[in-house]
Design a protein around this ligand. Structure first.
Ligand code: GLY
Ligand code: MN
Ligand code: MN
Length: 441
């Protein structure tokens, strides 16, 4: 991502904060996995969105109209020994020269310097309650200023949630962001295709996961956007199954939900296909029903429509289909009103997608479902999950779990499916899988 993009975001943020006020946000911290080993570091999405700075132990301050500079970065000082053991880090000089901070200070001096910056400011915008240490420090800094009130200095009177402003900005993806999201989507799509081609009975779920992650890594995307779900047979009925340890069997379906992260932007794709390359008749019927629901929901994605309409479209198609196939009994309207579909379709149609796989942004405004606008990205992912021990349905349906998930960009006059490169019609899936089986023989 270009520095100019981060600059543009900071400018937009400064305008929204307004002069006389201040915003601050801290970086993510490292977490120990065990002795001397940390979990892979992932920067806080909000912090990275504004700074592009990928180091822990940092804090950014934004002070619109400040004469000595509006953007101040507190970070680790350059340390040669640290560089030798852990690699490059920006240091105070790098913070200004490479990351365009107007000023930089050692993070160790935060308690000495920050209270001065808070003096005579009215509002402090910050991510309330997300970092208890920061919450605590901020109140201490404010109390420190209050104690000097007889000298005429005033302490901020209002603490405001920064997320409210920032998450609204993050909801609308710029052209630069969409470049990264398209890359995350296309690499993830290609990985799904590879997995589909490799899939055969006798493999373990983790071997399909390995195919997918191998493809991400070979393409330079080192992080998954979330732990991959590779669920054969009835494992697919566990929504967040991540054990990925069972053997794949002919006659079973395989549900794969996996996505890569590209420079902090996620893809989120699910496909479900037969281990053998052939859908059984029962699998075909349920699969086609989920696909019809997905296509009907995607059709609803356009400006001035709400995500709720897409959800309702999926509920209608699935409920009608479940009645037709005999899994639900009764009048469609009554079943929908009483939410009877929820025993087989218990999640919503999708979520915002961006830096976080379940991305930020309000879903309702003033208690009403918000309308879609150009530049928003969301997933559409209906599913059906028939528990293996469900005695109310015919045996042929039991233990089948199906989800089909794509990433959708809202455009000026409709939508674009960012993940359309992975086959999802029954004919296309069977053709791809059977061609690769034939090539193997
Ligand atoms: N992969 C998580 C989700 O689909 O929401
Ligand atoms: Mn999803
Ligand atoms: Mn998913």
């Amino acid at each position: 991502m270009k520095q100019s993009e981060f600059k543009k975001r900071r400018k937009q943020l400064m305008q929204r904060i307004g002069k006389g006020n201040l915003a601050l946000i801290s970086s993510a911290t490292t977490h120990a996995r065990n002795r001397d080993v940390n979990y892979p570091f992932r920067q806080d999405s909000d912090f990275y969105y504004l700074t592009g700075f990928n180091e822990p132990d940092s804090l950014a301050v934004f002070i619109p109209g400040r004469e000595q500079g509006e953007y101040i970065l507190f970070c680790r000082e350059f340390d040669e020994k640290k560089a030798l053991w852990e690699g490059a880090h920006a240091g105070l000089e790098g913070a200004t020269t490479h990351y365009a901070a107007d000023d930089s200070f050692p993070i160790d001096d935060l308690n000495d310097i920050l209270p001065g910056m808070l003096e005579n400011k009215s509002k402090v915008f910050y991510p309330m309650g997300r970092d208890l240490d920061l919450d605590h420090k901020l109140l201490e800094w404010i109390n420190h200023i209050r104690r000097q009130s007889r000298t005429g200095i005033t302490a901020p009177g209002e603490l405001v949630s920064l997320e409210h402003i920032l998450h609204e900005m993050r909801l609308f993806k710029s052209a630069e962001e969409l470049k990264l999201m398209r890359r995350a989507a296309s690499v993830s799509a290609a990985a799904h295709v590879k997995a589909m081609q490799k899939c055969k009975a006798g493999m373990y779920e983790y071997q399909i996961e390995a195919e997918i992650i191998n493809h991400f890594l070979q393409d330079g995307l080192r992080a998954v956007a979330y732990p991959s779900i590779v669920a054969g047979g009835k494992n697919a009925c566990t929504l967040h199954y991540t054990d990925n340890a069972s053997k794949l069997k002919n006659g079973d379906l395989l549900l794969v939900d996996a996505g890569a992260e590209c420079d902090h932007y996620a893809a989120d794709i699910t496909r479900t296909y037969p281990v053998s390359g052939h859908f059984s008749e029962a699998q075909k019927q349920l699969y086609q029903l989920v696909l019809d629901a997905q296509l009907a929901s995607i059709d609803e994605i356009k400006p001035q429509q709400s995500m709720q309409l897409a959800h309702e479209a999926s509920v209608t198609v699935l409920t009608k289909g479940l009645v037709k196939l005999g899994l639900l009994k009764g009048r469609v309207a009554t079943l929908i009103k009483n939410e009877k579909y929820k025993q087989f379709y218990m999640h919503r149609i999708g979520h915002w997608l961006g830096m976080d796989v379940h991305d930020v942004g309000d879903y309702k405004i003033n208690q009403e479902w918000r309308l879609l606008e150009k530049g928003m990205v969301l997933t559409i992912e209906p599913g059906l999950y028939i528990p293996a021990d469900c005695k109310t349905v015919d045996e042929q349906w039991r233990g089948i779990g199906i989800r089909i998930e794509d990433d959708i960009l809202v455009t000026a006059d409709g939508h674009e499916v960012l993940t359309c490169d992975v086959p999802k019609s029954i004919a296309d899936i069977e053709q791809l899988m059977q061609a690769s089986h034939a090539a193997r023989i």
